[in-house]
Write a protein that binds this ligand. Sequence first.
Ligand code: FAD
Length: 542
Amino acid sequence: MKTKTYRDILKWGDKREQKIDDATLKVIKEKFSISDQDLASKHLFGDTEVKLEKTTSLSEEQINDLKKIAGSENIFTDDFSRANFSYGKYYSELLLLRKEKIPNPPDAVISPKSHNDVVKLVNYCNKNKIPIVPVGGQSSVTRGLETPKGGVSLDMTKHLNQVIEVNSVNMTAKVQAGMFGPAFEEHINKLGYSCGHFPQSFEFSTVGGWVAARGAGQASTGYGKIDQMIVALKVVTPAGVIENKDYPSNAEAWDTFPLFVGSEGTLGVITEVTMKIKHLRPENTRYASFVFKTFESAVNAMREIMQSEFGKPHLFRISDPDETDIAFKTKGFDEKFSNKVLKALGYTSGERCLMFVSVEGDAAYAKFVKKKIKKTAKKNKGFYIGGSPTKNWLKQRYSSAYMREPLMDLGIMTDTIETAVTWDNLINLWKSVRTYVYKRQKVVLMSHISHVYENGANLYFTFLSPMEIGNEEDDYKQFHKGLVYAIHNNKGSLSHHHGIGRVLAPWMKDAVSEEVLNAMQAVKNHFDPNGIMNPGGMLGLK
Ligand SMILES: Cc1cc2nc3c(=O)[nH]c(=O)nc-3n(C[C@H](O)[C@H](O)[C@H](O)COP(=O)(O)OP(=O)(O)OC[C@H]3O[C@@H](n4cnc5c(N)ncnc54)[C@H](O)[C@@H]3O)c2cc1C
């Protein structure tokens, strides 16, 4: 039998090993003075067999009871299964796996067969005070899946992964929460629809996880975040089952179902999601790409476009000068003749910025909005470079994240952090984060804006830096803490779309205020009086 290793768990996405392409490798070697000899060794590769020190703390009677509910074939207490559900994909979690450290695995992994199984499991665990962590695609980057108090990890993906109903009249789809993005999209594509929600983790994340972590897809500027895409939820809480009707809107006092959007498993288990769906019309989509002279002028153009009320793009991104330079280098554009032309026109390396745009929907609408966008870009000295750069970017929209493991194998810390900010503070926040990050020696920081609104946008930072060998965890922790403070002290939100989990929980009181946190705790106490739902420091809750 094939050995089950730590690497099998930590590897993001496609389990095949990815290579860093030559152009990217060249840039990394230059930036971090990595020699060919360094390239040959693999740092903390994690290819040893998983062994846990902690055995399950559930009694034999409890395991038998749980088997009676979900079926013995759906309960796992072996080392690999429990280890496999111990962490998500946060950088520190990956380091711990590479170091073979799993101090708090779940006591069991259970794959419920149906909504009714979930109801019975939640009731049983509530009565017996056994913690439950709902688990989707395990792509959490906020330590949202850890089980510091043991208990049961509820794998929603094995059975609860079907489309229940597509309503073509209302243009909605009711989906089981454990359905992965591609399976959902494929199902509705065949009927002429698209879900419109494409996070970078699309291939390996679930509909329930999108809602629970309150995520955003890459076309969110046009379609909205998941908050705007759902019309109803079915949630199993220890206090009972909550289900909303799919009215387009209503005024039945205040709305309770947004409480579960962003609840990150702390209130209950989402079993069904009803989502709005869109017409699938890729032939109508218009693409545009621009180069701007400075980040400021690109941001101005972006803001004007969002506030002009002529329609919105769907994909809308700006890369800052550092991210733009790396994109030009790794795509071989630096050597091209067109680069010489750009330089001659004053679009110089170190200052210029790329903008990518797509407009979807009705053909005439897409054509009209693109025309208006081009006009606004031109006014801000944006140089139009055609649709191809955006199309090429879309081709690698998911796979660029596969570089994380090969980079960590080289001993390179690789992580991201993101925030939301109003327009009047965006440049200040961007500069403040850059000032903080560049205090570290040997660091690459790439920033972009990828989710845009009338009153502001997100800022997304990707950083790479050599690990402090032997002190990898602490070095990262300190660096990351400073980053969160750089964002928080400069009035960025704690998160725009990754959520809070356990990573950002310590800042919650400061960010949302004590009163709001108390209100959240009161809601938690109502739905989960015994504190069994994803306990242990989530969202700053007790
Ligand atoms: C490479 C990479 C790229 C990413 N890009 C994006 C991006 O572009 N946009 C974005 O929004 N996010 C992104 N993320 C973060 C992550 O993918 C999202 O938060 C995603 O929505 C999580 O879905 P999941 O199914 O993997 O959930 P999981 O990781 O399994 O769970 C996430 C949280 O939700 C809870 N949960 C999961 N399912 C349920 C349920 N059925 N009921 C109740 N609670 C539940 C869990 O307890 C946990 O707290 C990225 C992550 C990675 C690793």
